[in-house]
Design a protein around this ligand. Structure first.
Ligand SMILES: [Zn+2]
Length: 277
């Protein structure tokens, strides 16, 4: 049986105004949407946002370009460790962490949970530890991994989940679903809710940023569309993945609920709904 809690670990107000928000009435705002899942194997954290060291020394840890472009609002109380402590748990209660990828807004909190096993696709860990392109050398922050995480590296081996290749990450209820494109080894994380509508929650990480990208036809403010293209490791694969996610939504309807890591619209919708998984 799983219980899923939704956490917003940081707010980013990137430059770009309506080119990012899609509306002059709405500010350019991105959340960092993570999941805390209670499983039979203990607490599982899906993505870690920024960590305590990132808050303390943002310029050195994250670099000036990200701080400037992302206009990050980093607060100690928003970090995963502080939110989990407020829920009455200790850092050591988090036995497993599953990360969609290792960009700084997803991997920064790893050092706050040194006892957890860190599940990630093998390709992504290789990209972060051995970056091969200029983009990869820029995007990953070695300081966030310098503590030496206890890696659990995964590669898909023929299992499928709703037509997607998949691999069991922690239990049969928490799966890694590779969606390479945004980064070299980017993956979504599927969590079985224990209910029926939805039966699964799919945390799609940075496979898309704007809620309208899964609509038919898809929509995305031009600033966010450009950003996604520029930072993609493989843009054709990234776009193909979005088409597959739209197909998944068509085929599965309410059985599978899909959320991205950064949509404030989706985060508000899911946390304001009393029936949310
Ligand atoms: Zn991100």
């Amino acid at each position: 049986m799983t219980k899923i809690r939704h956490l917003n670990l940081a707010t980013m107000c990137p430059v770009g105004g309506r080119l990012v928000s899609g509306s002059p009435a709405e500010p350019a705002e991105l959340v960092v949407h993570a999941l805390l899942v209670e499983t039979d194997e203990g607490l599982v954290l899906v993505d870690t946002g920024f960590g305590l060291d990132d808050v303390r020394d943002a310029r050195a840890r994250l670099g000036a370009p990200l701080l400037w472009a992302g206009r990050l609002r980093l607060r100690d109380e928003d970090t995963a460790i502080r939110q989990i402590e407020r829920l009455g748990h200790r850092a050591s209660d988090v036995r497993h962490i599953v990360v969609t990828h290792l960009d700084p807004d997803h991997a920064g909190g790893l050092a706050d949970f040194p006892h957890a096993a860190v599940h990630v696709h093998r390709r992504e860990q290789e990209a972060a530890l051995h970056p091969s392109t200029l983009l990869e050398r820029e995007r990953y922050r070695p300081a966030q991994l310098a503590h030496g995480p206890t890696w659990r590296l995964h590669e898909e081996a023929g299992e499928t989940w709703n037509g997607f290749a998949s691999v069991r990450a922690v239990t049969d209820d928490v799966l890694l679903v590779p969606l390479f494109g945004h980064s070299r080894g980017h993956a979504a994380v599927a969590v079985r809710t224990g209910g029926t509508a939805p039966e699964w929650l799919l945390h799609a990480g940075d496979a898309y940023f704007f809620h309208g990208e899964l609509d038919e036809p898809p929509t995305c403010p031009p600033g966010l569309a450009l950003f996604q293209r520029v930072v993609a490791f493989d843009d054709a694969a990234r776009r193909a993945n979005q088409a597959r996610l739209r197909q998944l939504r068509r085929d599965q309807g309410p059985r599978v609920r899909i959320v991205s890591a950064h949509s404030p619209h989706e985060y508000r919708e899911i946390t304001s709904s009393r029936t949310s998984p």
